[in-house]
Each structure stands twice: as C-alpha cells, then as structure tokens.
Design a protein around this ligand. Structure first.
Ligand code: 13P
Ligand code: SF4
Length: 338
C-alpha cells in the first residue's frame, strides 16, 4: 500500500544551511571538479537555490523534468550530474547509456515512484490488455519499461489528446490527480492508478480560499499533481516551467503558488517585481509533513554535491534489457512536439 510505504519511509533531514564563506568554498570546489571531469550539473527547480545557482554559473541547466531529460541527452559532457530525484537520473542514463550519470545521493526518491512498484503495475496492466499504457516520468526504469509512452506534466494533455484522437483507450499511472486533470481536459477514456505526490497532496482547499480572499488580485498558479479542488481555483495549471512562464505572462502583480517552494528561486528571477506567496499546505491548527518542500529534492545540498565524484554508491546503472524496453516510450516523450 502506498500509505504504508510513505509512512514507513524515514523522511531525510533538511539540508544544513551553510554560512556564506563555507558555501563559497563548496561552490568553488564543485565548479572545479565539474570542469576537471568534463561534467555538467543539471538541476530541478525544487532543489536548494544554492544548487540551482551553481548549475547556472557552471554552464549547466535548471529546468522541469522534461527539459532536464532533453538537455542531458543533447549535452556533450562525459558525465551528467543530476540534482533531483532518482527517476531523473535513471531517465538521463537511459537516454544516454554511454554517459556516466551521477547523483549527489541515490536515496532521493519520489512518493509516486515508491507507490507504483513494477510487479503490482504489471498486474494492473494485465487487467486492461486493450489500453495504451502511459506513465508519468516520475516512475522507476522498470515501470517505464512496461509502458507505451512516458510523459511529463508539460506535455501530458497534448499527448493524451493525440492518443484519444487515434481512438486509443488509456491506462495511466501513477499520479491520480494529474490523471484526473488530464481526463477532464481531454475527455479521454482513462483508467487511473491511485498514486499521489506527498508534497502537492497537502495543499488544502479551504485554506487556499482564505488566502485568495486575503490577496484578491493575486493569480493562482497550480501544479497538476495537486488535488482537483485546488486545481479548480487555479488561473493557470502547468509544469514547473509553465508556471514560471505564467507568472511572467499573466498581468497580476501577486501570485499564490501551489507547488514546491524551491521554484521561487527561478520564478522570482523571472518576475523580480512581483510578489510570490506560497499556497497553504494545511488548515487552521493542522500541521503539514512536507510543507511545500519535497524532502527528497532537498537532499541535494552543496556538501553532498561536493562529494559526488568521490563516492562509490551514487552512480546510476540501469539493466540493458530495461533500457531496451524503456527507450521507445522515453524517446516518444523527448521527441513529442505539440
Ligand atoms: P515538472 O515536470 O513540472 O518539473 O514536475 C516534476 C515533479 O516532480 C513535480 O513534483
Ligand atoms: Fe515526487 Fe512530489 Fe517530490 Fe515531485 S515533489 S519528486 S512528485 S515527491
């Protein structure tokens, strides 16, 4: 069961906050090692802003999960250092098996990946043999190998529209909220796996409504892993990159943002004069567990990153037989054009 997997999982400790001299030391050290190793740092928007900033300064990349995969596949470096969660490292490895793919820690996982084990998923597929199997990028390499398509939130609606227009019925996994959102947007015939993201699942309708009343002119930006009632309140729903773009495109001067607050680093760069407010993760008196911050993304800190080339337990390996099966659905994802 998903809930027991999550509850039993010891949440990693939050990263150590470094004083500026120490942070500068690690920055310099990591930048030097990246150069020596012909390596490039690719970070997700939810990682520590210090890591995102270093990726930018060293000629690396910060982006959403699809852009990270595309950037890594195209880049000439011998080694990709992926600051994110494990499925991102595995995706990069499968798209570039000839490259070395390192992560600050392989313990950085994702509740969607944990909640969709390959054996259980195989049984689910067997119950629906007539359906096209479409999985979210937030899954293990083994689950991807069982699929026809891999997609991310930035192309989800367009891909399902495309498959629906061809008359295909869909089996979707693992995020139930994203699946429900796609179903509503496209009207496609879909059966859904019931996984959830522990971060986005915590946004609460009544508390958000209250926040909207406090900031009546604010635009509401929501990642589609959030529950349906939260999506109903959104002015824009999209992937992390699409939310950043919306903050710039929409005329509002304030935004309430329902996703991991790591995104504020790049969003604020894009809209320096606008006010960004985090959506509430709990009602009055209640507590939150992740509090709009993915505990696994936050494991990618500067200290961990400074050791990335010296460790022996942080390289991504994927079985060649799995790569062979997962590559077709993954290539459909990276090559998909709206
Ligand atoms: P994006 O593809 O929007 O970056 O989302 C990845 C993710 O894990 C969101 O929780
Ligand atoms: Fe997974 Fe949610 Fe973390 Fe994204 S924010 S990596 S979906 S647990």
């Amino acid at each position: 069961m998903l809930s027991s997997v999550i509850n039993d999982f010891p949440f990693p400790k939050p990263p150590v906050v470094l004083e500026s001299a120490k942070a500068a030391h690690y920055n310099e050290l990591i930048a030097r090692r990246l150069k020596q190793q012909n390596a490039v740092l690719i970070a997700h928007y939810y990682t520590d802003p210090a890591v995102q900033s270093l990726a930018e300064k060293t000629g690396g990349f910060v982006g959403d999960s699809l852009e990270m995969a595309r950037f890594g596949a195209r880049h000439k470096a011998d080694t990709l250092v992926i600051a994110g969660v494990r499925f991102m490292g595995e995706t990069s490895k499968m798209l570039s098996p000839e490259k070395t793919v390192l992560m600050p820690t392989l313990k950085a996982t994702c509740s969607l990946d944990l909640g969709c084990q390959a054996e259980d998923f195989k049984a689910f597929i067997a119950q629906h043999p007539d359906r096209t199997v479409v999985v979210y990028a937030n899954t293990s390499a083994e689950v991807k190998a069982l699929s026809d398509w891999v997609i991310t939130s930035s192309i989800a609606v367009d891909v399902i529209k495309h498959l629906d227009a061809r008359g295909e019925k869909i089996l979707w996994a693992p995020d139930r909220h994203l699946g429900g959102y796609i179903q509503k947007q496209t009207g496609a015939d879909m059966v859904l796996w019931q996984g959830h993201c522990i971060v986005h699942d915590e946004f609460k309708y009544q508390a958000l409504e209250k926040t909207i009343k406090m900031y009546p002119d604010a635009g509401v930006l929501v990642h589609p892993e959030s529950p349906d009632d939260i999506l109903q309140l959104a002015h824009h729903v999209g992937s992390t990159s699409q939310l950043i773009k919306a903050a710039s495109d929409l005329p509002n001067n304030q935004f309430i943002v329902a996703t991991d607050k790591g995104i504020f680093y790049k969003m604020q760069q894009r809209v320096p004069d606008k006010e960004l407010i985090i959506a509430p993760t709990a009602g009055e008196g209640a507590t939150c567990t992740s509090c709009a911050q993915c505990p696994w993304m936050r494991m990618n800190d500067l200290i961990c990153l400074s050791e990335v080339f010296d460790k022996t337990d942080n390289e991504i390996f994927v079985e060649p037989s799995i790569i062979e099966k997962a590559l077709k659905p993954l290539e459909r994802m990276v090559n998909f054009k709206r």
